[in-house]
Design a protein around this ligand. Structure first.
Ligand SMILES: [Zn+2]
Length: 83
């Protein structure tokens, strides 16, 4: 009886794998080509800001805002303006 159960499990496993493979092939054929990711919303995501401490430019989306100024990191915001 145990042997029969093992065979049933094996057959079900093979069927599952076969289904997954055919499903993936069908999806790959019908899938549209991947679109390049675009930033949602306005063009402000690409505007560059400058770190007030080390003067490097970085995207506004990655900038750290503090005291009305932009910084490249929390560390530089803490250090403040370079003396
Ligand atoms: Zn900096």
């Amino acid at each position: 009886m145990a042997k029969l159960l093992i065979w049933i499990v094996i057959i079900l496993g093979v069927m599952l794998v076969a289904r997954m493979v055919t499903h993936r092939n069908a999806r790959e054929r019908s899938a549209p080509p991947p679109r390049p990711e675009r930033d949602a919303g306005s063009g402000t995501a690409h505007s560059m800001v400058r770190c007030e401490h080390c003067q490097i430019y970085l995207p506004r989306a990655e900038a750290f805002m503090s005291q009305g100024k932009t910084w490249c990191s929390a560390e530089h915001a803490r250090l403040g303006l370079k003396k």
